[in-house]
Each structure stands twice: as structure tokens, then as C-alpha cells.
Design a protein around this ligand. Structure first.
Ligand code: SAH
Length: 236
């Protein structure tokens, strides 16, 4: 089963965009995953091809129409399609590394990119859309959010990343932020590499990295640190 992403957007030319480069781009060429971007506007019926209208109840902005979007969704994802239908939305459940793993293990995703003020609630309700947010800030459209989500998912598909080991210690995988990295040159603007890293003592290196990861997490992300400590307590 190949992970298959269908993106519904008013800007299909934005895809694959960054996903056509580097790891995800090579994986796309090798058919390790598939991507199809459809134009929502193709499902309009009026001569102006309009997809949006003014909000019921008044107020600023425009709203994507339920009837047009529903037709686009039904064409990309007919009844029985096992893929989750995700609506990129700042009101959604925050996207996490855990969710990225879950999606990477599944058949793919149908991703709807909002624009304007958002989409008519009735299409969310009738088409079972799951609202997903990539963070507490407002983008002007769902495309960059969809690209971010897909990038996080695709690199977890088996065969996409050369060295899976490098993924295992990454931030959010262990519950801790990752330790700092160093490489050549040995001396940079008077700063040398911490001695333990060049000692060849693997146990000491592991301990140093662990201690750094813990202190970084404690300082920068008290939320993650509390969850990590609660987990450790459970183990005891
Ligand atoms: N009026 C809406 C924001 C609309 S922004 C509100 O206040 O909740 C326009 C579109 O950009 C949204 O429909 C969504 O698809 C996308 N978008 C904006 N910010 C996002 C975020 N943080 N995560 C995911 N999608 C986002």
C-alpha cells in the first residue's frame, strides 16, 4: 500500500512545491508516496466560477461554499475511501509527531486547504472533516500548513529517510528536545567541541547528550518536561 495524499486547494500550482525536493521529492519519484492536488474551482457551476460567498449573519471576509467544496471532496474521496479527511484549520487539534507517525502508517490522507475566513460548517459536519492545526498563529491559507504536515509524515514512511536511527533521538520522539550537535572544524572562532564528544567513550557521550537534552527541555519546554517527568514516575 502506497501512502496517497489528495490535496484540495484553490492553488494546486503550489504543489508539490517544497515536497518535490530533497527527501520527499526523491521519495515521490520512487513512488514511495503519491500526491495529487485538485482545483476546488473546477467544481463550480456558475460562469464566474466563484467558490466563496459572504458570511451568513454578516461580518468581514468570505466563506468557502459547502456545496462546491463537498463536490470536490466527493470526487477526490468517494464513500468507502479509508483515508482520513483533514481540514487544515487554526481551530483544529494541534498536529504532533505522534499524529505524523499514525498517518505515515495509514493509507494516506485527503487534505483540504481553507482560504478566506474558512469553510462553511456544514461541509465539515457532513463530510466528517477532522480539523488539524499546525500552531497557534494564522496563515493566509491551508496550503503551507498542508505542506508542513505532509513533510513531517512523508519522512516517516519506510524507505524515505536513509538513516532511520537519526529519527529515533529527534526532538518529540523521546519526549525530550534533542541535544546540541557539533562537527568539524575542531576549533571555530575560539570555541572548541565539548571534549567528551571527541573522547571515543560512548557511554560518557550518551550520558552527556542525555543531560543536555534534559536541561534544554527543562528550560525551553516546561510542558514537555512535566510530561516527561510524569512518565518517568510511572516507570518507577
Ligand atoms: N477565520 C479563521 C482563520 C482563517 S485563515 C479563524 O479565525 O479560525 C484561512 C485558512 O488558512 C484556514 O481556513 C486554514 O485552512 C488555513 N490556516 C490558517 N492558519 C492555520 C493553522 N495555524 N493551521 C492550519 N491551517 C491554518
Amino acid at each position: 500500500m502506497t501512502f496517497s495524499a489528495s490535496v484540495l486547494t484553490l492553488y494546486p500550482d503550489m504543489f508539490p512545491g517544497p515536497l518535490g525536493h530533497s527527501l520527499s521529492g526523491r521519495a515521490l519519484e520512487k513512488d514511495l508516496w503519491r500526491l495529487e492536488a485538485s482545483q476546488i474551482r473546477d467544481f463550480t457551476t456558475d460562469k464566474h466560477r466563484s467558490v466563496d460567498d459572504t458570511p451568513a449573519g454578516g461580518g468581514a471576509g468570505m466563506v468557502l461554499r459547502a456545496d462546491i467544496l463537498a463536490k470536490a471532496i466527493d470526487a477526490a474521496s468517494p464513500a468507502g475511501d479509508p483515508r482520513p479527511r483533514l481540514l487544515m484549520s487554526p481551530r483544529g487539534v494541534p498536529f504532533t509527531q505522534a499524529r505524523a507517525h499514525e498517518l505515515a502508517e495509514g493509507p494516506g490522507a485527503v487534505i483540504i486547504c481553507g482560504r478566506f475566513e474558512g469553510v462553511d460548517q456544514r461541509v465539515i459536519d457532513t463530510r466528517g472533516l477532522e480539523e488539524v492545526s499546525i500552531g497557534d498563529y494564522i496563515l493566509s491559507g491551508g496550503e503551507i500548513a498542508a505542506i508542513s504536515l505532509l513533510d513531517a509524515v512523508v519522512r516517516l514512511i519506510p524507505g524515505v529517510m536513509g538513516n532511520m536511527e537519526s529519527a529515533e533521538t529527534e526532538s518529540f520522539e523521546t519526549g525530550l528536545l534533542e541535544h546540541p550537535h557539533y562537527t568539524r572544524p575542531a576549533e571555530f572562532e575560539g570555541l572548541s567541541i565539548p571534549q567528551v564528544l571527541t573522547s571515543g567513550n560512548h557511554r560518557k557521550i550518551h550520558e552527556w547528550r542525555m543531560a543536555e537534552a534534559e536541561s534544554l527541555t527543562r528550560e525551553r519546554r516546561p510542558d514537555l518536561w512535566d510530561a516527561y517527568m510524569a512518565d518517568e514516575d510511572d516507570v518507577d
